[in-house]
Design a protein around this ligand. Structure first.
Ligand SMILES: [Zn+2]
Length: 176
């Protein structure tokens, strides 16, 4: 099978997440991502090697109970999926894949809030060094304090995606 056959299969596996016909529980979403990943990891590795290593590791250790995926996150990712389905250029296809993974697996509330600088989506992380919840704009990389919304000028790269526990500890609410 050539690369187009593999991306076609990868798309097919991800489609389960975005169909309207079945229930979107965390485990079935993770299963679809893992099935899709099997088809494209060896190609995306050549284009985005660092991201691939990081993502593979994350996918192996991810705890479904600490994952929050809202219906807003799914419908937001669906827009990228529709573009990815029609994309024939491999590098752009891979970019859509990465966006879909971020939109699904890094908590965000794109229906409720956005970056003050560019209105981009804010992704929630936990800053391990400073022990605080933070948000990063996916477009311009502005940083905000997770609770106060204050701009953060100094930050560390020692971060991980926010878990369900981080969100609850910081009294962040969401609509399922
Ligand atoms: Zn921004």
């Amino acid at each position: 099978m050539n690369i187009y056959g593999h991306t076609k299969n990868a798309t097919q596996e991800l489609r389960h997440i975005f169909n309207n016909d079945n229930k979107k529980d965390i485990n079935s979403i993770l299963l679809a991502i893992k099935s899709s990943w099997r088809f494209i990891h060896k190609y995306i590795k050549n284009i985005h090697p660092e991201w691939t290593i990081e993502f593979s590791t994350k996918l192996n250790i991810i705890n479904p109970e600490e994952l929050v995926i809202t219906s807003n996150m799914i419908s937001n990712a669906r827009r990228s999926f529709i573009s990815m389905e029609q994309e024939r250029e491999i590098k752009t296809y891979m970019m859509y894949f990465i966006w879909i993974m971020n939109k699904l697996l890094i908590f965000n509330k794109s229906d409720e809030e956005g970056c003050r600088v560019c209105q981009g989506e804010l992704y929630y992380y936990f800053d391990i060094e400073h022990d605080i919840l933070i948000k990063e704009c996916g477009t311009c990389s502005s940083w905000y304090h997770g609770k106060s919304d204050n701009t953060i000028k100094e930050f560390t790269k020692n971060i991980r995606p926010a878990t369900r526990t981080d969100l609850i500890d910081n009294k962040i609410s969401w609509n399922a």
